[in-house]
Design a binder for this molecule. Structure first.
Ligand SMILES: CSC[C@H]1O[C@@H](n2cnc3c(O)ncnc32)[C@H](O)[C@@H]1O
Ligand code: ZN
Length: 444
């Protein structure tokens, strides 16, 4: 007896072995997919009717700072270094675990509502993120963000925090949480620190999540300090391997791309964030051509300013078309692969495809909407026309987190109230009253 049977939907498996099914069924038991095909020959405790909808793998967002939902719209339209150093970092210093918990809960709510089932995160107070992920039922690859700024004391305490996080949370939430080491970036971390983190990650058999060559300023700083760019520096210290997830990777030379391809580094592409911060355009078509695994991500909410992966998919497609002046350079199917299969591959999880044995991490996208009518091509609609709000049902680990638009795993209103209260810690003028959000506990 299956736990859940999804019927009557168009099954976009993303599995090259099976192909898509115009009308099929998916059965889930004990958190795993046990059947994908035309008709399941068995019973199920619960039936989900996906008539008029696409059933597809949940989206995988491979670079986020989830707690930054608290800083959504807080300091926009500023140069990246000024934004980070003069606005974001001073405010982050005021945020504690309770605020981050509220921010990550809000992030999870937003991600679930827009079809993301797994995210990779790097942030401060990451224990609070783990707690939020555990509570809401999502899947995540979490890393404690570590920066030493060349200070040996800070390096020691940062690595200790990272190690403790790895020790405490690897495999937590019934395996829904995996952990990574999260050294911030090559220009904010010393070479020695990066070497130490690398060594520790190999010892612990844990992946590494890092920002690489997001800005031209980073490239120039690295050349000045080391006489080479971030990719060459990291390669020379033996940092790169197939367990590394590198976010952004914008300012790459041809040789840098070859290094990433040869070492098996996964690249997380953040087109919306990169456009908003005017950081540049990552050479994604060339990376894909060279065989690099490129996935998609939002980046934090302060540089996006939302966590909707449908927006990221569309932006990725359009950006690379106009940048190359070639509209065949990335097609809709390739973008869907980046948001599902490639993301799961980067994080090493059995997800990103609807395939027997894989996790029951699925979403149902309602196609009975004006902006999705008529329907000729499912891939095209999902990338160019659909929005996160078209997602009606979300399953993670075979558990229904949202059904027919109703979030079942948390109280939406309470999450918004708590996040708005936490945002008051920024000490900046805050429009909670304009939003008309009331503290529900104050009503009694
Ligand atoms: C040490 S935790 C992670 C750290 O990264 C900061 N951050 C957020 N967005 C970006 C970005 O686009 N580039 C570099 N760093 C970023 C975040 O504020 C945290 O302090
Ligand atoms: Zn980032």
């Amino acid at each position: 007896m299956a736990d859940i049977l999804i019927k009557n939907g168009y099954i976009l498996t993303m599995d090259p072995d099976t192909g898509d099914l115009k009308k099929g069924e998916v059965a889930i038991e004990n958190g795993r997919i046990i059947y994908v095909g035309l008709s399941y020959n068995g019973k199920a405790d619960k039936i989900i009717d996906a008539s008029g909808s696409v059933v597809m793998p949940g989206l995988v967002n491979t670079h986020n700072h989830a707690g930054m939902t608290l800083l959504r719209g807080y300091a926009d339209d500023l140069p990246l270094a000024e934004w980070l150093e003069d606005y974001i970092w001073p405010v982050e210093a005021k945020l504690g675990p309770e605020e981050i918990y509220a921010g990550v809960r809000l992030a999870c709510l937003e991600m679930i509502k827009s079809g993301t089932t797994t995210f990779a995160d790097m942030y401060i107070h990451e224990q609070a993120a783990a707690r939020a992920v555990e509570d809401c039922g999502m899947r995540a690859a979490l890393s404690y963000g570590m920066i030493d700024f060349g200070d040996p004391e800070r390096a020691e305490s940062s690595l200790l925090k990272g190690r403790n996080f790895v020790k405490d949370f690897n495999g937590a939430a019934n395996g829904r949480i995996s952990v990574m080491y999260g050294p911030h970036a090559p220009h904010t971390c010393s070479q020695q620190f990066l070497q130490d983190v690398r060594e520790q990650a190999r010892k612990d058999d844990v992946k590494v999540h890092i920002h690489v060559l997001e800005t031209e300023a980073e490239l120039n700083q690295m050349k000045e300090k080391y006489g080479k760019c971030s990719v060459n520096m990291l390669h020379d210290i033996g940092f790169f391997d197939s367990d590394v997830l590198a976010a952004h990777c914008i300012w790459l030379s041809e040789g840098d791309m070859d290094i990433l391809a040869e070492t098996g580094v996964h690249v997380s592409h953040d087109p919306v964030s990169n456009m908003k911060t005017a950081a540049g355009i990552a050479p994604v078509p060339q990376l894909l051509e060279k065989g690099v695994n490129v996935s998609l991500s939002t980046d934090g909410c302060a540089s996006n300013n939302n966590l909707d992966m449908f927006g990221v998919m569309k932006t990725a497609a359009l950006l690379h078309k106009v940048n190359s002046m070639d509209l065949t350079v990335i097609d809709a199917r390739k973008v869907l692969e980046m948001a599902t299969v490639n993301g799961a591959k980067a994080l090493g999880i059995e997800a990103g495809m609807i395939k027997e044995g894989y996790y029951g991490d699925l979403i149902v996208v309602d196609m009975k909407r004006p902006h999705l009518t008529p329907l000729y091509d499912v891939d095209s609609h999902l990338v160019y026309s659909a929005r996160g709000s078209d997602v009606t049902t979300v399953l993670v680990d075979g558990k229904v987190l949202m059904e027919n638009g109703q979030v079942l795993c948390m109280d939406e209103y309470e999450i918004m109230v708590e996040a708005s209260k936490a945002a008051k810690k920024t000490d900046s003028q805050h429009l909670i009253d304009v939003l008309g959000l009331n503290d529900p506990s104050a009503d009694q």
